[in-house]
Design a protein around this ligand. Structure first.
Ligand code: PRX
Length: 642
């Protein structure tokens, strides 16, 4: 092997443990990304057959493939190899909603058996490679097991967060033409029991593609049962064999679809494939969290979101880690629950969202001080910008100023962490995600659509070169994939985020620059919420904007125009409507009834004006002379002031 290749191979396979190594890895991945990622992929995983070609891409057509021709199964790399080498090591540790109830531990050997049983059950139901399976489950072990079981047999999982409404669930099931749904009768959420099965029943009234529903009888609700369609999962699992050969997948065969909000009403089914996703999630998990053998790692996300896919299930298991999975919420039975769990399980790496940190910081500090948090080594945050106050609280109160904080910036579309500090090697800087990971060619674009030349700058964040775990398409709509991500800046992937960069090249994400609002870490497109509001009989049109909120990051503020004079609508009735159409995760905090919405001459709502007025800024609204109806602005200000 030539010296250059040997060096690159080394760079790709070192755990990053010094500033020098990070710089070397970044340089190696920049010089020769193909060799960098192929070295890591070859060294780190079992492949049935090596690939024919490392990378093929054309950003203008939004075509990307990594390791094509390589044959692999991600579950062999997550499970079988550890079930052989360390069968009794803990893979998943599950903590139930109620702290009085018993948790469950799955060793690697046990998890492999459980996944195989589920995989054989899916096969018995006629599911085969390439079929889509919808998972609508709470955070119980069956969810992680079902995800892996789909991957075992080459079925494409589409996990829908169990907080979406029947209508939102139906839209996702139909978009992917899922043939099977796995759900539970219900879910425990703090002191509440949620009925999930009836949501599935309602959704399936408009889904002809689904032939069967496998139901985990979990909370003991007396669910409605559709004979011939609904099947009790437990007896099937009991009788299924725990041996199931892994399907041989091409590296570019689809692994999963995961929906994310867009600026039009229809959710975008981001399609991720097998080999590249496996490579990048494993690499980033190892380096960003600095996981060491025997550590206990905990990510508080739900598997219904990408963070749960990549950093509860796949990334940790690919590294043979112990991953803690929690059914409940941070506030139950009180706001000390997270800290109690860190003490109980001696958690070493803890990964959560700014909205949780802000809510926890508001609770009494004595709830933190009651617990021993000395096991912690690394703290992580993800999902939205973290404000300085929350960062400092996290650092002092939870990390005792001894744990590096990784502020990880990434997206459903990117599959894995794109920008983050590396604990022990590169510094954490409050409110900065800091440095792109090796192989990530971040770029800021100016208003003219050109890359900004200065190091210290602000702009729209783009990525100039493919990375292994990027989404390959929007399921069933490649043109929309091109239009959304590859058209604004030809030759680049556009993230939809704005960012600042300091003179050392550290990135600080400032937020969305499109019609997506992040509320409590959930991405909400304005369009589906406005569509729901507009279904109200008395409402003619509406516009929603995000306004700052000290716990949620952003709150939703709606401006609605009623169809007739003197008509009144209430916040609670509009929220009930949104809840039924979108789900309880979307709720308005404020609603203003106004006479009209500010519109451009082409009929587009000028949201920047509404955003400012909604925040209580009534002057310096920018140029409003181009509006079709400039006088409406004054009347909106009067309403908000009043
Ligand atoms: O705006 C960015 C924000 O979350 C968006 C992606 O949301 P989603 O696809 O739901 O994935 C969230 C979990 C990976 C991004 O476009 N975002 C994510 N992480 C950060 C962030 N904003 C600032 N700082 C972050 N660390």
């Amino acid at each position: 092997m030539p010296l250059q290749e040997i060096l690159l191979h080394k760079m790709a396979n070192f755990r990053l443990s010094s500033k020098k190594e990070v710089v070397q890895a970044q340089e190696a991945a920049m010089q020769n990304p193909e060799m960098f990622w192929s070295s890591y992929a070859k060294e780190s995983f079992h492949w049935f057959t090596p690939w024919d070609r490392v990378l093929d891409y054309d950003f203008h057509k939004a075509k990307v493939s990594w390791f094509e021709g390589g044959k692999v199964n991600i579950t062999v790399n997550c499970l079988d190899r550890y079930a052989q080498t360390k069968p009794n090591a803990r893979a998943i540790v599950w903590e139930p909603n109620n702290p009085e109830d018993e948790g469950i531990v799955y060793t690697y050997a046990e998890l492999l058996c459980a996944v195989n049983k589920m995989a054989n059950t899916l096969k018995q139901q006629g599911v085969s490679k390439g079929d889509r399976v919808c998972l609508y489950l709470p955070m119980i072990p069956e969810l992680a097991i079902a995800v892996l079981a789909c991957a075992r047999i080459g079925a494409i999982h589409s996990v829908v967060f169990a907080g979406f409404s029947a209508q939102a669930l139906a839209a996702r099931i139909n978009d992917a033409s899922c043939s099977l749904v796995i759900c539970s009768d219900g879910a425990n959420r703090g002191s509440k029991v949620l009925d999930l099965k009836s949501i599935v029943d309602e959704a399936l009234q408009s889904c002809d593609c689904v032939s069967h529903v496998l139901v985990v009888k979990y909370v003991g609700l007396d669910s409605h049962w559709v004979e011939g369609r609904d099947i009790d999962l437990k007896p099937l699992l009991t009788n299924a064999s725990d041996v199931c050969e892994a399907e041989v997948m091409d590296a570019e065969d689809p692994l999963f679809i995961l929906y994310t909000s867009g600026s039009t009403g229809k959710p975008k089914g981001m399609l991720h494939t097998t080999g590249g996703y496996m490579t990048y999630t494993a690499y980033t998990f190892q380096n960003v969290f600095q996981y060491e053998e025997g550590d206990v790692y905990w990510c508080t996300a739900d598997i219904g979101w990408i963070t749960g896919h990549s950093y509860i299930v796949y990334g940790p298991l690919l590294n043979g880690a112990t991953t803690l999975m929690f059914e409940g919420v941070p506030s139950y039975p009180d706001y000390g629950r997270f800290w109690a769990m860190i003490e109980k399980y001696q958690v070493n790496q803890f990964y959560t969202a700014p909205t949780a940190i802000r809510a926890l910081a508001k609770a009494s500090d004595s709830l933190v001080d009651d617990y021993d948090l000395s096991s912690l080594k690394v703290l992580g945050t993800v999902g939205e910008p973290i404000n300085e106050e929350a960062w400092q609280w996290y650092n002092k109160r939870i990390g005792k100023e001894k744990c590096p904080i990784v502020d990880t910036w990434w997206q459903t579309e990117t599959g894995g962490i794109m920008i983050s500090s590396i604990p022990g090697s590169t510094p954490s800087i409050p409110t900065f995600a800091t440095q792109p990971m090796p192989g990530i060619q971040a770029q800021l674009m100016d208003d003219k659509g050109q890359p900004v030349q200065n190091k210290e700058a602000s702009g729209k964040l783009c990525i100039g070169f493919p990375w292994p775990s990027m989404a390959r398409t929007i399921y069933g709509d490649h043109q929309r994939y091109i239009d959304t991500y590859f058209s604004a800046y030809p030759g680049y992937y556009f993230t939809g985020d704005g960012a600042d960069r300091d003179d050392e090249g550290n990135y600080r994400i400032t937020g969305r620059v499109d019609d997506v609002i992040i509320v409590s870490g959930h991405n909400l497109g304005t369009a589906p919420i406005e569509d729901a509001i507009n279904e109200h009989d008395l409402i003619a049109e509406s516009a929603i904007v995000g306004i700052p909120h000290d716990v949620k990051g952003n709150a939703l503020c709606a401006f609605v125009v009623c169809s007739g004079d003197g008509e009144q609508v209430t916040l609670s009735e509009v929220n009930a409507l949104i809840s039924s159409k979108v789900g309880p995760i979307a709720k308005l905090d404020v609603l203003y009834m106004v006479k009209g919405l500010p519109k451009t001459r082409s009929g587009k709502i000028m949201r920047r004006i509404l955003r400012k007025v909604g925040q209580g800024q009534f002057t310096n609204l920018g140029d409003i002379s181009t509006l079709l109806n400039p006088d409406v602005v004054d009347s909106i200000i009067q309403t908000v002031r009043g």
